[in-house]
Design a protein around this ligand. Sequence first.
Ligand code: NDP
Ligand code: 8X3
Length: 257
Amino acid sequence: MERVSGKLVLITGASAGIGAACARLFAGEGARLLLVARREQRLRELANELRGKHQAEVLTCGLDVRRREDVEATLAGLPAPWQEIDILINNAGLARGLGPIHTGDPTDWEEMIDTNLKGLLWVTRVVVAGMVARRRGHVINIGSIAGREVYPGGNVYCASKFAVTALTRAMSIDLLGSGVRVSTVDPGLVETEFSRVRFHGDEERARRVYEGLTPLSGDDVAEAVLFCATRPAHATVRELVLTPTAQASVVHVFRTL
Ligand code: NDP
Ligand code: 8X3
């Protein structure tokens, strides 16, 4: 088994949900953490928690992954001990809206494509170049079952996550023999801030998404990410799909209401 102790792990979207859960789990395993998101105050609070609980080494960066120049400048400007990233967890992402294609808001569409697809590319381009030069590293994308199946109103969010699936597979081919591993963890329903963000702060509508079933937690997904990160060097988890037991597909969900 590979150990993550002492490894430098970059987590995008670490201020909430799955990203924050990954930060807590990897800190407990002794990893060094580079935490990225727009809400820097939240990152600082999380960093203080992890330093207190685990004596973790943590660096936080307020960064919007949609801004390519900022991504490049931030990563290029990291202090020397924080440059050599061992594991990149591409987690920053969001859904906006659930309307059909003819009434969808193009601003929402741009936000999803700019974050879930282009943001992932900007970060990956820089980080993977360093990994290839060092001949070691692991990219773990957080995709979704929405990147494998579509559902009503999922249109552009699904397209952005199908793109992540395509990129995971393409990167796996491009990086064959480079010493850099590529995995994707594709969850179903996870109760985080995701639905609140999707419905622009409508708490009641967000709550109903998880009504009548036990959804995954961010911690459940973090465990799957850690599993990918700890396989022995000769074994790579390519694609790991994790759903609540009450979910068989994007639309088949068993609810006790
Ligand atoms: P949350 O809303 O709880 O967390 C999303 C994280 O992404 C936040 O930390 C947010 O930080 C960050 N983020 C969003 N936009 C940007 C940006 N432009 N730049 C930097 N960081 C950004 O949702 P989840 O934890 O559920 O989502 C994490 C990932 O998991 C996403 O890629 C999502 O698509 C995926 N996923 C979620 C599922 C679910 O049911 N919840 C299921 C399958 C996949 P900040 O706002 O501070 O920038
Ligand atoms: C999030 C899961 O089914 O809400 O990627 O799209 S779903």
